[in-house]
Ligand binder design. Sequence first.
Ligand code: 82X
Length: 231
Amino acid sequence: EKVEITKEQQALMKIITDAYNRHQIPQDVAKKLLQDQYSAEENFLLLTEMATSQVQVLVEFTKNIPGFLSLDREDQIALLKGSAVEAMFLRSAQVFSRKMPSGHTEVLEERIRKSGISEEFITPMFNFYKSIGELHMVQEEQALLTTVTILTPDRPYVKDQQAVERLQETMLDVLRKLCVLQHPQEPQYFARLLGRLTELRTLSHYHTEMLVSWRMNDHKFTPLLCEIWDV
Ligand SMILES: CC(C)c1onc(-c2c(Cl)cccc2Cl)c1COc1ccc2cc(-c3cccc(C(=O)O)c3)sc2c1
């Protein structure tokens, strides 16, 4: 049947995509990736700075999701804490797939590979980056997929799951239609996109173990990361 994005859905998609593009890591922070120290210590410190900046960007982006600020305040915090790692995997994946002009991509890969993360997590992480790259998502799809991830109802400590589910379903409906219109030759594209969300959950579990091993080697995180990751 003819798939059509309504005027309201068009407006919703524009708000979310504009917010997603507006809230980015400041260029002077991203540029630090290009500096020339490459020790495991230096890489960890740089990645910690990037993650901290990314969390700040994520909080600002989330405030622009229509309906998010109407949710229970504690649920807003629970959604941010529960989705931060997944949203950052999506964000860093987009850095890899958009082939940054100034060589960020190679440098970011190098720093992640040499930052004290054990090989057992590096492999699935870069498989994920590859699988996201192969999707060739348009920016609206990237913004909506991140929004759907943030609005996951069954995060720990969410009280009013129904309210979150209603918001997520609104976003899923727009994303589904967008996928059909953007990738007419691939009817399974939307299903592939949702499959990435399952992969994100697995990566999020790996990440918890990454944090434990960093902690054991006495690595320090910033107050914001300690708060959002309960470390
Ligand atoms: C605390 C730190 C050691 C850490 O612990 N786990 C992870 C992690 C790792 Cl490894 C991989 C995935 C997810 C997480 Cl959470 C990290 C680093 O997390 C980040 C998070 C976001 C970004 C965005 C970047 C980026 C670069 C250029 C350009 C842009 C841009 O948006 O323009 C963004 S780099 C970067 C690094």
